[in-house]
Design a protein around this ligand. Structure first.
Ligand code: DQA
Length: 140
């Protein structure tokens, strides 16, 4: 199977920003670990990060027919991007929403995701393991 791990706005700063919340490991390092895990399971995985909402939408659109599942941490886009929500609704590829932090234990505005309703499921609060669990969910 082939998966896509998509990271949205500010996730490129993982390992450098708010280390108490997101940890000190870089996105690059997390991605290598995910890649190794996928390889061990006999699956392929691609990675993409962008701070631009439209680029995330384009990647989601292009996933149709090319991937068996998408793991999406949209960052702050999660809380207000109807464009990303519509892109997810437009494709048949299952999308699992991911957050490293427990968004329910943080500021009020983080409790609302406009994406969850159109996603297959949501995994949050497990740090980098949220991505790993989301990827594994496609094959369990
Ligand atoms: C996040 C949570 C979001 O609220 C925040 O804007 C992020 C990261 C997470 O992984 O915990 O950028 O998606």
């Amino acid at each position: 199977m082939k998966f896509l791990v998509l990271n949205g706005v500010n996730l490129n700063l993982t390992g450098k920003r708010e280390k108490g919340v997101y940890g000190s490991e870089t996105l690059e390092s997390i991605n290598r670990e995910l890649e190794e895990d996928c390889e061990k399971q006999g699956h392929k995985v691609d990675f993409f990060q962008s701070n631009l909402e439209g680029e995330i939408c384009t990647k989601i659109q292009e996933a149709e027919g090319n991937y068996d599942g998408i793991v999406l941490n949209a960052g702050a886009f999660t809380h207000y991007s109807f464009a990303i929500r519509d892109a997810i609704a437009a494709i048949s590829v299952p999308v699992v929403e991911v957050h490293m932090s427990n968004v329910y234990a943080r500021e009020e505005f983080r409790r609302k995701s406009v994406l969850t309703e159109v996603c297959k499921g949501e995994i949050l609060g497990f740090g980098k393991k949220s991505y790993l669990l989301a990827l594994r969910s496609f094959t369990l």
